[in-house]
Design a protein around this ligand. Structure first.
Ligand code: PGA
Length: 248
């Protein structure tokens, strides 16, 4: 099974998100072999999109979760609420969250919260341009995996390799070449094997960073990557449906 995870970031309002979700439902290929499609609307759009995708093949996820699931935690995103709204997935450790100060230690705790609430975490790892230039790409990514997954006792897990320098700003960006991405996929796989032993083979690995319908197949070859995490391009229903179709 191939996976497309559509990370809508803050690109769409709740109303726009519901419209795109409805359009996407109409345009998705009918085939039962269809790739698994997961949409991650903004937190304020979760409820609206949940109403559209409930009971369909499209799965819902949260772009972030907090450590607190309820109580005195002003302005936070509760994993318990996400679950109640129908989320099956939670993105954890996206670089746009790390930039806001999220550490690997915090991300590790969030992975535990997601698992406890029955959400499948999608853990993001990736190096910055500066780290790559300094020859520290592998060390950075392996370090992130070690610090967040050592002692992982949860169940299902998805890992996304997103080189920070390849992530687009509203569609402007330059993806890593498939060769560069594949080289890191091998590194991530090897690290996962060490950390998770036999369970590592069940982990789906996604590539993320400026993927489009035209390029998605170059990355999702089934060997290195089993899916893609897509931001800007996934906010257009046509393009998103094309990506799913491209993986059939
Ligand atoms: P992008 O975003 O596809 O717009 O580069 C990917 C991501 O950050 O998940």
């Amino acid at each position: 099974m191939r996976t497309i995870v559509a990370n809508w970031k803050l690109y769409l309002t709740p109303r726009e998100s519901a419209v795109v979700a409805r359009r996407l439902m109409k345009r998705l290929p009918r085939s039962t072999r269809s790739a698994l499609t997961v949409v991650l609307p903004s937190t304020s759009a979760l409820a609206a999109v949940a109403d559209v995708v409930r009971g369909t093949r499209v799965k819902l996820g949260s772009q972030n979760i907090d450590l607190a699931t309820s109580g005195a935690a002003t302005g936070q995103v509760s994993a318990r609420d996400a679950k109640e709204l129908g989320c099956a997935y939670a993105l954890v450790g996206h670089s746009e969250r790390r930039k806001e100060g999220e550490t690997d230690a915090l991300i590790k705790e969030k992975l535990g919260v997601a698992a406890d609430e029955g959400l499948t975490p999608i853990l993001c790892v990736g190096e910055t341009a500066r780290q790559r230039k300094a020859g520290a790409a592998i060390r950075t990514v392996v370090g992130q995996l070690k610090k967040t997954l050592t002692g992982w006792q949860g169940g299902k897990l998805v890992v996304a390799y997103e080189p920070v320098w390849a992530i687009s700003k509203a569609g402007r960006g330059a993806a890593a070449s498939p060769d560069v991405a594949f080289a890191m996929a091998r590194v991530v796989r090897a690290a996962l094997k060490k950390l998770l032993k036999a369970r590592a083979s069940r982990v789906h690995l996604l590539y993320g960073g400026s993927v489009t319908a035209r390029t998605v197949r170059q990355y999702v070859d089934g060997t290195h990557f089993q899916g893609a995490l897509v931001g800007f391009a996934s906010t257009k229903a046509d393009e998103c449906a094309k990506m799913v179709a491209a993986l059939l």
